[in-house]
Structures are given as structure tokens and as C-alpha cells.
Design a protein around this ligand. Structure first.
Ligand code: S3P
Length: 460
């Protein structure tokens, strides 16, 4: 596979008014739920990144009719709950853990057999966290073992769905919206009530969208945590969906604008689901100038326009309880921390180790390569900011290994825009999985990010 290194160089103030691509979590769910609703659903603002395009392809292979109009609106003709058909080939989920896990949930209660695979990163990610509860509901799975011969829950993985599913009550052992969603989606074609209890609140896009399509989802706080109960075998009716701009993608131009003095950037229609906004809370605690304007609801999700102005930040302690609401944002927060006054400590990061790569290690190694002092704990990260003495600018100059992880690549390109020496990422190809057009959009704001012709060596 060809790699595409990119280099980011110190840039002048960023200015502009932009809309980043659609929310990845919501886009996957929009395609999956439309594919099992009766009638024609229209989706506006769908993220057309590689991950979501894989989901569209998979839903087509499972029998849904999916078309994209010239104006970018997607039309999906669904098959009804329980109506997916056996695919005649392997389903390729690309780089997306969300797509793989949610779809395993849907397929677990369809009487069919399907095999799923993905890229090298996805083939290394644990699926046992979903096959365990889905197995309790009656599905059978055969996957690949890891290098030490342990487990059988890695992709490629074959699911044989059950024709007599059992409803379960499942207590999540890890705070994971993907696992919660997989069980709830399996509950759709299951008689009776399926309940998931989560110790910490995770994003609730599945619950909101299930309701939008006509399913009954009850949510109650219990002594054990928040319990979401889906009543099985509903009639899902086609609906229109407007996908908000992805707050996890907005994070990159937003942090870049905060770090470069004199910047002013407006980000339109950013998703403000309270289970996704931990980064904004943390940045404001660090002293960031972020204004939320025009707060409104679009397609059942809260959105707002964000106005961001550059200025100095100070280090903070980020509590573990906040992790589920900003789980994908730690790499870019670490870049902000590297430019702050004082030290930032982030707790509760164990889940970062099983993302598209081990993001805790990748962030720590990349910062070290850029002259930043960090301490990597088993589930924490400490970053010492450059501070006023260094004009809030880390040294930079590193070649960073991205491990085919889109968020690692974008985070370090953001760092390069403020560092004293340019920062190079060894491969920016993964950015297309979630943020197609990233380089162009950043260039439009005034960011200097250029492609390099020859491969570079990032070391570890
Ligand atoms: C997602 C949930 C999170 C997040 C991922 C998207 C989702 O994963 O990291 O990018 O859409 O449900 P976990 O649920 O595994 O924490």
C-alpha cells in the first residue's frame, strides 16, 4: 500500500467559516437503521469517508437498496426488522470498529451466516466484547485467534445469527457505546425487552435514532447505572435524517485555531450531544475562548455554531469520569496540552489502547519525537506544556508514526502548525476514513500542510 507522508509547518492566524464533514457515529447508524426500516429514508449530510462507505456497501450486500443523489442526499430503501438477507461475499468493514461491532449486533438475530473482515488495524481489534453478549442472545461466532493463540474473536470472523433470539439484560464491563449499541440492535429482532446497563454514560446516538425510527427505548437511572431498554420487534418506519457536523472532526481545526494567536474560526452545525462534548468542557477549563452560538436541534440531535479564537491555555487535570464523552479527543487534547502553561494530566484512558491503534502509546511517542516531556501511565497521560517562556510553542521537528490512525495523523499535523520546527506524519492516508478533504479545508483557513513525495521513517 502506498503511504502518504505530510508535513505541517508553523502557520499564521487561521481564519474562516467552515463546516466539517458529517458525524461518523451518526452516519453509520443512519445507514444501518434505514436499511431495516420500511420505506425510503433520506439522509442529508452523511459522512462520505471510507468507513461509512464500507457500511453502505455492507448494507447493500445485506439487501438494502442505497443510492446517492447528485446533490449529496442518500436514499435508502429498507427491508424491515429481521429482513436482511445473507450476503454472497465477505463483508469488508475497512477501518471501522463501530461499523463492525454494530453490524455484528444486527446480524446476531438474523437467521443467516456472514463473514466480516477489515484492514490490518481492524483485524487486530477485540470483538469478544460484543460476541460475548450476542452469544448469550443465541448467535454463534468463529473468529481468528491472536498471535499467542488466545481467543477466537478477531476478524475475519463469521457470525451465524439465531432464529430464536433470547432477550437479555447486559451490564457493560467497559464504558462502550459500541457494545451498548450492538446489544440494542440485536434486541430489535428479539421478542421482549433487551436491556443494557452502563456504569458510565456513553454516547446515546443509537437510542435517539431508534426512537426516531419508531422503536420504544426506555432509559432509567438505576443504582447500577443507566439502563436502556428496547422493546423488541417494533415496526421501524423510514425517516429523514440530517447528520450534524462531527464534533470529533471539528476538534482538529478548533484546537489549531485555539493554539495559533490571532485566529478566529467559525465551525457550523457541530453536534453538541452532551455525551460528546467533554473536549469542549476541558478546553474551556484550560482557558479556551470558545463561543457556542445559535444552539438548536437538527434531526433529533443538539447542534450549535462554534466561534473559536486563539489565546494561551493552561494545564489542567482531566478526570476519568469525563473519558466516555471525549474518548476520541485525547490525542488532539494532548497537542493543546503540549502548548499550554503548566502540566496536564489525563486519567481513565485504558480504552485508548484498543482504538484504531494504541493511541495512548502513539500519542506519547509522537510528542516525545517533538521534544515534549510526557509520562505514559497504564491508563493515564501527563503532558508538560511549553508555556509562556517558549511562547507556548513546542519544539516540534519530529517524524511521527501514525499506525494508520486518522486521529493520530490529524493531531500531529495540528501540532506542526504551532511548533517551532515542522512536524511530519509518516502516513496521512487514514485521514480519509473520517475526514475526507482535511488538508484542503485546513489550507482554506491558512494552515500550511503539504504532502511529501518520498516515504519517511518514523522509527518506533
Ligand atoms: C463510537 C464509540 C466509541 C468511539 C468510536 C465511535 C460509536 O467507541 O471511540 O469512535 O459510534 O459508538 P467505544 O464505544 O468502543 O468506546
Amino acid at each position: 500500500m502506498t503511504v502518504k507522508p505530510q508535513t505541517a509547518t508553523a502557520s499564521g492566524p487561521l481564519n474562516g467559516d467552515i463546516r466539517v464533514p458529517g458525524d461518523k457515529s451518526i452516519s453509520h447508524r443512519a445507514l444501518m437503521l434505514s436499511a431495516i426500516a420500511v420505506g425510503e429514508s433520506k439522509v442529508e449530510g452523511l459522512l462520505e469517508g471510507e468507513d461509512v462507505l464500507c457500511t453502505a456497501e455492507a448494507m447493500r450486500a445485506l439487501g438494502a437498496e442505497i443510492k446517492r443523489d447528485e446533490d449529496g442526499v442518500w436514499r435508502i430503501w429498507g427491508r424491515g426488522v429481521g429482513g436482511l438477507v445473507e450476503p454472497d461475499n465477505v463483508l469488508d468493514m475497512g477501518n471501522s470498529g463501530t461499523a463492525a461491532r454494530l453490524l455484528l449486533g444486527l446480524l446476531a438475530t438474523h437467521p443467516l451466516t456472514a463473514t466480516m473482515t477489515g484492514d490490518e488495524s481492524l483485524r487486530g481489534r477485540p470483538m469478544g466484547r460484543v460476541t460475548k453478549p450476542l452469544g448469550e442472545m443465541g448467535a454463534a461466532f468463529t473468529g481468528r485467534s491472536d498471535a499467542s493463540g488466545q481467543g477466537r474473536d478477531l476478524l475475519p470472523l463469521t457470525v451465524t445469527g439465531t432464529d430464536s433470539p433470547l432477550p437479555i439484560t447486559y451490564r457493560l464491563p467497559v464504558a462502550s457505546a459500541q457494545v451498548k449499541s450492538a446489544v440494542l440492535l440485536a434486541g430489535l429482532n428479539t421478542p421482549g425487552d433487551t436491556t443494557v446497563i452502563e456504569p458510565a454514560h456513553t454516547r446515546d446516538h443509537s437510542e435517539l435514532m431508534l426512537r426516531h425510527f419508531g422503536a420504544q427505548v426506555r432509559v432509567e437511572e438505576t443504582p447500577e447505572g443507566r439502563a436502556s431498554t428496547l422493546t423488541g420487534q417494533p415496526e421501524l418506519t423510514a425517516r429523514d435524517i440530517k447528520v450534524p457536523a462531527d464534533p470529533s472532526s471539528a476538534a482538529f481545526p478548533l484546537v489549531a485555531a485555539l493554539l495559533i494567536p490571532g485566529s478566529e474560526v467559525t465551525l457550523r452545525s457541530v453536534g453538541m450531544n452532551p455525551h460528546r462534548t467533554g473536549l469542549f468542557t476541558t478546553l474551556r477549563e484550560m482557558g479556551a475562548n470558545i463561543e457556542f452560538a445559535n444552539a438548536r436541534e437538527e434531526g433529533g440531535e443538539p447542534v450549535a455554531d462554534l466561534v473559536v479564537r486563539g489565546g494561551p491555555l493552561k494545564g489542567v487535570e482531566v478526570p476519568a469520569e469525563r473519558a466516555p464523552s471525549m474518548i476520541d479527543e485525547y490525542p488532539v487534547l494532548a497537542m493543546a496540552a503540549a502548548c499550554a502553561e503548566g502540566t496536564t494530566v489525563m486519567h481513565g484512558l485504558e480504552e485508548l489502547r484498543v482504538k484504531e491503534c494504541d493511541r495512548l502509546a502513539a500519542t506519547a511517542r509522537g510528542l516525545e519525537a517533538c521534544g515534549v516531556t510526557v509520562e505514559e501511565g497504564t491508563d493515564s497521560l501527563t503532558v508538560v506544556g511549553a508555556g509562556a517562556a517558549a511562547d507556548y510553542r513546542p519544539k516540534g521537528g519530529g517524524i511521527v508514526a501514525t499506525h494508520f490512525d486518522h486521529r493520530i495523523a490529524m493531531s500531529f499535523l495540528v501540532l506542526g502548525l504551532i511548533s517551532r520546527e515542522p512536524v511530519t506524519v509518516d502516513d496521512a492516508t487514514a485521514i480519509d476514513t473520517s475526514f475526507p478533504g482535511f488538508q484542503r479545508l485546513m489550507a482554506g483557513l491558512g494552515a500550511q500542510i503539504v504532502a511529501r513525495n518520498a516515504p519517511v521513517s518514523a522509527g518506533a
